[in-house]
Design a protein around this ligand. Structure first.
Ligand code: GLU
Length: 470
Protein backbone atom coordinates (compact mmCIF):
# COMPACT_ATOMS: atom_id res chain seq x y z
CA UNK A 1 0.00 0.00 0.00
CA UNK A 2 1.19 3.52 -0.74
CA UNK A 3 2.05 5.64 2.26
CA UNK A 4 -1.00 7.23 3.81
CA UNK A 5 -1.49 10.99 3.70
CA UNK A 6 -3.43 12.94 6.27
CA UNK A 7 -4.00 16.57 7.04
CA UNK A 8 -5.01 18.96 9.77
CA UNK A 9 -6.96 21.91 8.43
CA UNK A 10 -7.49 24.57 11.08
CA UNK A 11 -9.35 27.79 10.41
CA UNK A 12 -7.26 30.59 11.92
CA UNK A 13 -10.12 32.45 13.52
CA UNK A 14 -9.15 32.10 17.17
CA UNK A 15 -6.91 30.08 19.42
CA UNK A 16 -6.03 26.40 19.13
CA UNK A 17 -9.02 24.69 20.74
CA UNK A 18 -8.39 21.46 22.62
CA UNK A 19 -10.80 19.72 20.23
CA UNK A 20 -8.72 20.87 17.26
CA UNK A 21 -5.51 19.93 19.05
CA UNK A 22 -6.82 16.45 19.64
CA UNK A 23 -7.86 16.10 15.99
CA UNK A 24 -4.34 17.15 15.01
CA UNK A 25 -2.87 14.69 17.52
CA UNK A 26 -4.93 11.80 16.16
CA UNK A 27 -3.90 12.66 12.60
CA UNK A 28 -0.28 12.93 13.65
CA UNK A 29 -0.14 9.73 15.73
CA UNK A 30 -1.97 7.73 13.09
CA UNK A 31 0.29 9.00 10.34
CA UNK A 32 3.46 8.38 12.33
CA UNK A 33 2.31 4.88 13.12
CA UNK A 34 1.77 4.04 9.48
CA UNK A 35 4.81 5.90 8.23
CA UNK A 36 2.78 8.35 6.16
CA UNK A 37 2.90 12.10 5.51
CA UNK A 38 1.03 14.67 7.54
CA UNK A 39 0.03 17.93 5.86
CA UNK A 40 -0.87 21.20 7.57
CA UNK A 41 -3.36 23.37 5.72
CA UNK A 42 -4.57 26.70 7.02
CA UNK A 43 -8.16 27.31 5.96
CA UNK A 44 -8.11 31.06 5.88
CA UNK A 45 -10.65 31.74 3.15
CA UNK A 46 -12.84 33.67 5.56
CA UNK A 47 -10.83 36.87 5.20
CA UNK A 48 -12.82 38.73 7.79
CA UNK A 49 -12.37 36.28 10.60
CA UNK A 50 -8.91 34.89 9.76
CA UNK A 51 -5.94 36.66 11.31
CA UNK A 52 -2.19 36.24 11.25
CA UNK A 53 -2.14 36.23 15.07
CA UNK A 54 -4.55 33.37 15.16
CA UNK A 55 -2.52 31.42 12.62
CA UNK A 56 0.58 32.00 14.75
CA UNK A 57 -1.32 30.87 17.86
CA UNK A 58 -2.51 27.69 16.17
CA UNK A 59 0.89 26.81 14.74
CA UNK A 60 2.62 27.74 17.99
CA UNK A 61 0.22 25.51 19.90
CA UNK A 62 0.95 22.56 17.63
CA UNK A 63 4.68 23.11 17.93
CA UNK A 64 4.46 23.32 21.70
CA UNK A 65 2.55 20.03 21.75
CA UNK A 66 5.25 18.49 19.58
CA UNK A 67 2.86 17.78 16.73
CA UNK A 68 5.06 18.23 13.70
CA UNK A 69 3.92 18.22 10.12
CA UNK A 70 5.69 17.03 6.99
CA UNK A 71 4.26 19.45 4.45
CA UNK A 72 2.91 22.97 4.70
CA UNK A 73 1.61 25.11 6.13
CA UNK A 74 -0.36 25.69 2.95
CA UNK A 75 -2.83 28.54 2.97
CA UNK A 76 -6.11 28.41 1.15
CA UNK A 77 -5.93 32.16 0.61
CA UNK A 78 -2.97 31.49 -1.71
CA UNK A 79 -4.71 28.76 -3.69
CA UNK A 80 -7.60 30.65 -5.22
CA UNK A 81 -6.54 29.82 -8.79
CA UNK A 82 -6.87 26.14 -8.08
CA UNK A 83 -10.43 26.54 -6.83
CA UNK A 84 -11.37 28.80 -9.74
CA UNK A 85 -9.98 26.27 -12.22
CA UNK A 86 -11.89 23.42 -10.59
CA UNK A 87 -15.15 25.37 -10.77
CA UNK A 88 -14.54 26.19 -14.44
CA UNK A 89 -13.91 22.52 -15.10
CA UNK A 90 -17.14 21.54 -13.36
CA UNK A 91 -19.04 24.14 -15.42
CA UNK A 92 -17.42 23.00 -18.66
CA UNK A 93 -18.35 19.39 -17.94
CA UNK A 94 -21.92 20.39 -16.98
CA UNK A 95 -21.33 19.03 -13.49
CA UNK A 96 -22.21 22.47 -12.20
CA UNK A 97 -24.37 25.36 -13.45
CA UNK A 98 -24.85 29.07 -13.03
CA UNK A 99 -27.72 30.15 -10.86
CA UNK A 100 -29.24 33.63 -11.06
CA UNK A 101 -31.76 33.25 -8.27
CA UNK A 102 -31.34 36.19 -5.90
CA UNK A 103 -31.18 35.69 -2.13
CA UNK A 104 -34.59 37.37 -1.82
CA UNK A 105 -36.17 35.01 -4.35
CA UNK A 106 -34.67 32.02 -2.66
CA UNK A 107 -35.85 33.20 0.72
CA UNK A 108 -39.40 33.60 -0.57
CA UNK A 109 -39.44 30.08 -2.00
CA UNK A 110 -37.80 28.69 1.10
CA UNK A 111 -40.45 30.17 3.34
CA UNK A 112 -43.24 28.85 1.13
CA UNK A 113 -41.73 25.37 1.28
CA UNK A 114 -41.14 25.46 5.02
CA UNK A 115 -44.75 26.64 5.51
CA UNK A 116 -45.96 23.33 4.02
CA UNK A 117 -43.90 21.48 6.63
CA UNK A 118 -41.34 20.31 4.07
CA UNK A 119 -37.61 20.79 4.38
CA UNK A 120 -36.09 23.29 1.99
CA UNK A 121 -33.34 22.37 -0.40
CA UNK A 122 -32.57 24.35 -3.53
CA UNK A 123 -35.42 23.60 -5.92
CA UNK A 124 -33.30 23.38 -9.06
CA UNK A 125 -34.91 26.33 -10.82
CA UNK A 126 -31.73 27.22 -12.72
CA UNK A 127 -30.64 23.62 -13.22
CA UNK A 128 -31.97 23.40 -16.76
CA UNK A 129 -31.67 27.06 -17.73
CA UNK A 130 -28.23 26.77 -19.23
CA UNK A 131 -27.13 30.25 -18.16
CA UNK A 132 -23.90 31.29 -19.88
CA UNK A 133 -21.02 33.34 -18.44
CA UNK A 134 -22.78 36.55 -19.48
CA UNK A 135 -25.94 35.90 -17.47
CA UNK A 136 -25.22 38.68 -14.97
CA UNK A 137 -24.65 38.22 -11.23
CA UNK A 138 -24.77 34.54 -10.49
CA UNK A 139 -23.64 31.83 -8.15
CA UNK A 140 -22.47 28.41 -9.27
CA UNK A 141 -24.18 25.26 -7.99
CA UNK A 142 -23.07 21.65 -8.12
CA UNK A 143 -25.43 19.19 -9.76
CA UNK A 144 -26.07 16.75 -6.95
CA UNK A 145 -27.60 13.40 -7.95
CA UNK A 146 -31.37 13.21 -7.41
CA UNK A 147 -31.34 9.67 -6.15
CA UNK A 148 -29.16 7.12 -4.53
CA UNK A 149 -27.22 7.54 -1.37
CA UNK A 150 -24.14 9.59 -0.73
CA UNK A 151 -22.81 7.09 1.73
CA UNK A 152 -19.47 6.13 3.21
CA UNK A 153 -18.11 3.74 5.74
CA UNK A 154 -16.70 5.96 8.44
CA UNK A 155 -13.72 4.47 10.22
CA UNK A 156 -15.19 5.54 13.56
CA UNK A 157 -18.94 5.86 13.03
CA UNK A 158 -19.39 3.00 10.59
CA UNK A 159 -21.89 3.20 7.73
CA UNK A 160 -22.89 6.86 7.38
CA UNK A 161 -24.27 9.22 4.76
CA UNK A 162 -27.43 10.73 3.47
CA UNK A 163 -29.91 10.25 0.63
CA UNK A 164 -28.74 12.39 -2.27
CA UNK A 165 -32.17 13.91 -2.82
CA UNK A 166 -32.10 15.48 0.64
CA UNK A 167 -29.09 17.57 -0.20
CA UNK A 168 -29.93 19.59 -3.28
CA UNK A 169 -27.69 21.53 -5.63
CA UNK A 170 -25.59 23.51 -3.20
CA UNK A 171 -23.57 26.60 -4.06
CA UNK A 172 -19.87 26.10 -4.68
CA UNK A 173 -19.07 29.67 -5.84
CA UNK A 174 -20.71 32.74 -4.40
CA UNK A 175 -21.96 35.62 -6.50
CA UNK A 176 -18.82 37.55 -5.54
CA UNK A 177 -16.72 34.81 -7.12
CA UNK A 178 -15.40 33.31 -3.89
CA UNK A 179 -15.42 29.52 -3.51
CA UNK A 180 -17.37 27.83 -0.74
CA UNK A 181 -15.67 25.94 2.06
CA UNK A 182 -16.75 22.54 0.67
CA UNK A 183 -15.26 23.20 -2.73
CA UNK A 184 -11.93 24.44 -1.37
CA UNK A 185 -11.62 21.52 1.05
CA UNK A 186 -12.34 18.87 -1.55
CA UNK A 187 -10.13 20.43 -4.22
CA UNK A 188 -7.29 20.65 -1.70
CA UNK A 189 -7.76 17.17 -0.34
CA UNK A 190 -7.62 15.82 -3.88
CA UNK A 191 -4.61 17.95 -4.83
CA UNK A 192 -2.79 16.96 -1.66
CA UNK A 193 -3.51 13.28 -2.18
CA UNK A 194 -5.16 12.87 1.22
CA UNK A 195 -5.96 9.22 1.83
CA UNK A 196 -7.34 9.35 5.38
CA UNK A 197 -9.42 12.30 6.38
CA UNK A 198 -9.58 12.53 10.16
CA UNK A 199 -11.65 15.42 11.49
CA UNK A 200 -14.18 16.40 14.10
CA UNK A 201 -17.62 14.81 14.13
CA UNK A 202 -19.09 18.27 13.57
CA UNK A 203 -18.16 17.68 9.92
CA UNK A 204 -20.04 14.39 9.63
CA UNK A 205 -22.96 16.16 7.94
CA UNK A 206 -20.68 17.87 5.44
CA UNK A 207 -19.33 14.64 4.08
CA UNK A 208 -22.24 13.57 1.80
CA UNK A 209 -22.09 16.78 -0.22
CA UNK A 210 -18.33 16.56 -0.34
CA UNK A 211 -18.70 13.03 -1.73
CA UNK A 212 -20.82 14.47 -4.54
CA UNK A 213 -17.97 16.91 -5.21
CA UNK A 214 -15.40 14.11 -5.38
CA UNK A 215 -17.59 12.30 -7.89
CA UNK A 216 -18.09 15.43 -9.99
CA UNK A 217 -14.34 16.04 -9.98
CA UNK A 218 -13.79 12.39 -11.03
CA UNK A 219 -11.72 11.70 -7.93
CA UNK A 220 -11.91 8.81 -5.50
CA UNK A 221 -12.78 10.03 -2.01
CA UNK A 222 -10.43 9.35 0.89
CA UNK A 223 -11.38 7.20 3.84
CA UNK A 224 -13.15 9.25 6.49
CA UNK A 225 -12.77 9.11 10.24
CA UNK A 226 -14.88 11.53 12.23
CA UNK A 227 -13.80 11.81 15.81
CA UNK A 228 -16.37 12.55 18.52
CA UNK A 229 -16.49 15.94 20.12
CA UNK A 230 -15.03 16.75 23.51
CA UNK A 231 -17.48 17.59 26.28
CA UNK A 232 -16.95 18.70 29.87
CA UNK A 233 -16.54 16.29 32.76
CA UNK A 234 -20.27 16.80 33.43
CA UNK A 235 -21.11 15.59 29.92
CA UNK A 236 -22.13 19.09 28.81
CA UNK A 237 -20.89 20.88 25.73
CA UNK A 238 -17.76 22.92 26.40
CA UNK A 239 -18.35 26.64 26.39
CA UNK A 240 -15.67 28.91 24.97
CA UNK A 241 -16.54 31.49 27.57
CA UNK A 242 -16.92 29.35 30.66
CA UNK A 243 -14.50 26.49 30.18
CA UNK A 244 -10.76 26.49 29.61
CA UNK A 245 -10.63 25.28 26.02
CA UNK A 246 -7.54 26.80 24.49
CA UNK A 247 -4.24 24.98 24.44
CA UNK A 248 -2.58 28.27 25.35
CA UNK A 249 -4.59 28.44 28.56
CA UNK A 250 -3.22 25.10 29.71
CA UNK A 251 0.29 26.04 28.69
CA UNK A 252 0.11 29.25 30.71
CA UNK A 253 -1.34 27.38 33.68
CA UNK A 254 1.79 25.24 33.84
CA UNK A 255 0.87 21.98 32.16
CA UNK A 256 3.58 20.11 30.29
CA UNK A 257 3.06 19.27 26.62
CA UNK A 258 3.57 15.59 27.40
CA UNK A 259 0.70 15.70 29.88
CA UNK A 260 -1.51 17.63 27.48
CA UNK A 261 -0.93 15.15 24.65
CA UNK A 262 -1.46 12.20 26.95
CA UNK A 263 -4.68 13.75 28.27
CA UNK A 264 -5.96 14.60 24.81
CA UNK A 265 -5.14 11.27 23.22
CA UNK A 266 -7.15 9.49 25.91
CA UNK A 267 -10.25 11.64 25.49
CA UNK A 268 -12.14 9.39 23.13
CA UNK A 269 -9.52 6.71 22.63
CA UNK A 270 -8.30 3.89 24.79
CA UNK A 271 -5.88 1.05 24.55
CA UNK A 272 -6.72 -1.58 27.11
CA UNK A 273 -6.53 0.08 30.50
CA UNK A 274 -3.26 1.88 29.84
CA UNK A 275 -3.31 5.51 31.01
CA UNK A 276 0.22 6.74 30.43
CA UNK A 277 1.35 7.06 26.84
CA UNK A 278 4.74 8.38 25.84
CA UNK A 279 4.94 10.07 22.47
CA UNK A 280 6.54 6.95 21.01
CA UNK A 281 3.75 4.81 22.37
CA UNK A 282 1.13 7.10 20.88
CA UNK A 283 2.85 6.74 17.54
CA UNK A 284 3.03 2.98 17.78
CA UNK A 285 -0.34 2.24 19.39
CA UNK A 286 -2.88 4.82 18.28
CA UNK A 287 -5.51 3.28 16.06
CA UNK A 288 -8.70 4.74 14.68
CA UNK A 289 -10.42 1.40 15.28
CA UNK A 290 -10.27 2.08 19.03
CA UNK A 291 -11.71 5.59 18.88
CA UNK A 292 -15.08 5.56 20.57
CA UNK A 293 -18.23 7.06 19.11
CA UNK A 294 -19.53 8.73 22.24
CA UNK A 295 -18.34 12.23 23.03
CA UNK A 296 -15.14 12.21 25.08
CA UNK A 297 -15.08 13.85 28.50
CA UNK A 298 -12.38 16.34 29.41
CA UNK A 299 -11.68 15.63 33.06
CA UNK A 300 -9.42 18.30 34.59
CA UNK A 301 -8.56 16.05 37.54
CA UNK A 302 -7.08 13.55 35.16
CA UNK A 303 -4.97 16.23 33.53
CA UNK A 304 -3.62 17.24 36.95
CA UNK A 305 -2.79 13.64 37.68
CA UNK A 306 -0.98 13.22 34.37
CA UNK A 307 0.85 16.50 34.76
CA UNK A 308 2.07 15.52 38.19
CA UNK A 309 3.25 12.24 36.75
CA UNK A 310 5.24 13.95 34.00
CA UNK A 311 6.63 16.59 36.36
CA UNK A 312 7.95 13.79 38.54
CA UNK A 313 9.53 12.06 35.57
CA UNK A 314 11.07 15.06 33.85
CA UNK A 315 14.87 15.24 33.69
CA UNK A 316 16.15 17.94 36.04
CA UNK A 317 17.60 20.30 33.49
CA UNK A 318 14.40 20.30 31.49
CA UNK A 319 12.30 20.75 34.63
CA UNK A 320 14.35 23.81 35.57
CA UNK A 321 14.06 25.17 32.03
CA UNK A 322 10.30 24.72 32.09
CA UNK A 323 10.06 26.31 35.51
CA UNK A 324 12.02 29.49 34.77
CA UNK A 325 9.27 31.37 32.90
CA UNK A 326 6.83 30.55 35.68
CA UNK A 327 9.21 31.92 38.28
CA UNK A 328 9.54 35.09 36.25
CA UNK A 329 5.77 35.22 35.98
CA UNK A 330 5.45 34.79 39.75
CA UNK A 331 7.73 37.79 40.16
CA UNK A 332 10.75 35.84 41.35
CA UNK A 333 13.12 35.64 38.40
CA UNK A 334 15.96 33.36 39.20
CA UNK A 335 18.70 32.10 36.95
CA UNK A 336 19.31 28.40 36.59
CA UNK A 337 21.55 27.36 39.41
CA UNK A 338 22.45 24.28 41.37
CA UNK A 339 20.16 25.56 44.07
CA UNK A 340 17.24 25.82 41.73
CA UNK A 341 17.75 22.25 40.55
CA UNK A 342 17.57 21.09 44.14
CA UNK A 343 14.42 23.13 44.75
CA UNK A 344 12.82 21.70 41.65
CA UNK A 345 13.67 18.20 42.81
CA UNK A 346 12.23 18.86 46.21
CA UNK A 347 9.04 20.35 44.87
CA UNK A 348 8.38 18.04 41.95
CA UNK A 349 6.80 15.45 44.22
CA UNK A 350 4.06 17.78 45.33
CA UNK A 351 3.33 20.13 42.45
CA UNK A 352 0.47 19.60 40.04
CA UNK A 353 1.53 22.39 37.71
CA UNK A 354 4.63 24.41 36.98
CA UNK A 355 2.76 27.51 38.12
CA UNK A 356 2.11 25.90 41.48
CA UNK A 357 5.73 24.83 41.66
CA UNK A 358 6.87 28.39 40.98
CA UNK A 359 4.61 29.62 43.77
CA UNK A 360 6.14 27.09 46.10
CA UNK A 361 9.67 27.96 44.99
CA UNK A 362 9.04 31.57 45.86
CA UNK A 363 10.37 31.16 49.40
CA UNK A 364 13.69 30.02 47.98
CA UNK A 365 13.94 32.60 45.25
CA UNK A 366 12.95 35.62 47.28
CA UNK A 367 15.55 37.67 49.18
CA UNK A 368 15.50 36.98 52.93
CA UNK A 369 14.49 40.51 53.81
CA UNK A 370 11.67 40.51 51.25
CA UNK A 371 9.98 37.29 52.39
CA UNK A 372 6.32 37.93 53.10
CA UNK A 373 4.43 36.03 55.77
CA UNK A 374 1.01 34.55 55.36
CA UNK A 375 -1.03 36.24 58.10
CA UNK A 376 -3.17 33.19 58.83
CA UNK A 377 -0.13 30.97 59.17
CA UNK A 378 1.48 33.44 61.57
CA UNK A 379 -1.66 33.65 63.68
CA UNK A 380 -1.99 29.92 63.82
CA UNK A 381 1.58 28.83 64.44
CA UNK A 382 3.64 31.69 65.85
CA UNK A 383 2.63 31.24 69.48
CA UNK A 384 4.22 32.97 72.46
CA UNK A 385 4.64 29.57 74.15
CA UNK A 386 6.85 28.22 71.38
CA UNK A 387 8.88 31.32 70.52
CA UNK A 388 11.58 30.55 73.15
CA UNK A 389 12.08 27.11 71.61
CA UNK A 390 12.41 28.66 68.14
CA UNK A 391 14.98 31.06 69.54
CA UNK A 392 16.86 28.18 71.11
CA UNK A 393 16.75 26.27 67.83
CA UNK A 394 18.12 29.26 65.95
CA UNK A 395 21.17 29.21 68.20
CA UNK A 396 21.47 25.45 67.91
CA UNK A 397 21.32 25.68 64.10
CA UNK A 398 23.93 28.41 63.90
CA UNK A 399 26.28 26.24 65.94
CA UNK A 400 25.57 22.92 64.19
CA UNK A 401 28.77 21.25 63.03
CA UNK A 402 27.45 20.38 59.57
CA UNK A 403 24.58 21.57 57.42
CA UNK A 404 22.65 18.60 56.18
CA UNK A 405 19.37 16.88 56.97
CA UNK A 406 20.92 14.73 59.73
CA UNK A 407 22.59 17.67 61.50
CA UNK A 408 19.44 19.77 61.27
CA UNK A 409 17.35 16.96 62.62
CA UNK A 410 19.78 16.56 65.55
CA UNK A 411 19.41 20.26 66.36
CA UNK A 412 15.63 19.88 66.44
CA UNK A 413 15.96 16.82 68.68
CA UNK A 414 18.21 18.64 71.13
CA UNK A 415 15.77 21.54 71.43
CA UNK A 416 12.70 19.32 71.73
CA UNK A 417 14.39 17.42 74.58
CA UNK A 418 14.97 20.70 76.41
CA UNK A 419 11.29 21.65 76.07
CA UNK A 420 9.74 18.55 77.61
CA UNK A 421 9.54 16.58 74.43
CA UNK A 422 7.84 19.35 72.43
CA UNK A 423 6.10 17.67 69.46
CA UNK A 424 8.03 18.00 66.21
CA UNK A 425 5.06 19.60 64.47
CA UNK A 426 4.75 22.25 67.19
CA UNK A 427 8.30 23.31 66.54
CA UNK A 428 8.41 22.68 62.81
CA UNK A 429 5.37 24.82 61.95
CA UNK A 430 6.62 28.13 63.37
CA UNK A 431 10.04 27.44 61.84
CA UNK A 432 8.33 26.80 58.52
CA UNK A 433 6.42 30.07 58.80
CA UNK A 434 9.67 31.88 59.60
CA UNK A 435 11.66 30.49 56.70
CA UNK A 436 9.03 30.07 53.98
CA UNK A 437 6.36 32.56 55.03
CA UNK A 438 3.67 29.88 54.90
CA UNK A 439 2.49 26.80 56.70
CA UNK A 440 3.06 24.48 53.75
CA UNK A 441 6.42 23.42 52.41
CA UNK A 442 8.32 20.23 51.80
CA UNK A 443 9.83 18.50 54.84
CA UNK A 444 11.25 21.10 57.23
CA UNK A 445 14.72 19.51 57.44
CA UNK A 446 14.99 19.36 53.64
CA UNK A 447 13.72 22.91 53.35
CA UNK A 448 16.33 24.23 55.76
CA UNK A 449 19.07 22.14 54.18
CA UNK A 450 18.23 23.59 50.82
CA UNK A 451 18.03 27.15 52.01
CA UNK A 452 21.47 26.96 53.60
CA UNK A 453 22.55 27.86 57.08
CA UNK A 454 23.06 31.54 56.55
CA UNK A 455 19.68 32.19 54.99
CA UNK A 456 17.85 29.93 57.45
CA UNK A 457 19.35 31.63 60.47
CA UNK A 458 18.82 35.09 58.97
CA UNK A 459 15.14 34.33 58.39
CA UNK A 460 14.61 32.86 61.84
CA UNK A 461 16.30 35.88 63.39
CA UNK A 462 14.16 38.24 61.37
CA UNK A 463 10.96 36.41 62.31
CA UNK A 464 11.91 36.43 65.98
CA UNK A 465 12.40 40.16 65.78
CA UNK A 466 9.37 41.02 63.66
CA UNK A 467 6.54 38.56 64.10
CA UNK A 468 3.93 39.25 66.77
CA UNK A 469 3.45 36.19 68.96
CA UNK A 470 -0.12 35.34 69.85
N1 GLU B 1 -11.30 24.19 8.57
C1 GLU B 1 -12.25 23.32 9.14
C2 GLU B 1 -12.39 23.60 10.62
O1 GLU B 1 -11.60 24.28 11.20
C3 GLU B 1 -11.87 21.86 8.99
C4 GLU B 1 -12.28 21.33 7.67
C5 GLU B 1 -12.07 19.86 7.53
O2 GLU B 1 -11.40 19.25 8.37
O3 GLU B 1 -12.53 19.32 6.54
O4 GLU B 1 -13.30 23.16 11.24
Amino acid sequence: MDAIRTRFAPSPTGFLHIGGARTALYNWAYTRRLGGRFVLRVEDTDRERSTAESEAAVLGGLEWLGIDWDEGPFRQSERGDLYAAAIERLLAGDRAYRCVCTPAEIEERRQATVATGAKWIYDGRCAGANHGPGCGPHAVRLRVPRDGKLGFDDLVFGPSGQDAREIGDMVIRRTDGSPLYHLAVVVDDIAMGITHLIRGADHLNNTPFQLALYAALDAAPPLFAHVPLIVGANGKKLSKRRDPVSVQHFRAAGYLPEAMCNWLVRIGWSHGDQEIFSRDEMCSLFDLAEVQRAAGQADPGKLDWLNQHYIKELPRDRLVRELLPFLAEAGTPLGPSAGLEAVADLLRERSKTLAEMAQRAHFFAVADAALRYDADAVRKHWKAAVVPAVKDLTGELSRAGAWDVAAIEAAFEAVRARYEGLALGKLAQPVRVAVTGSAASPGIFETLALLGRERSVARLTRALAELPAA
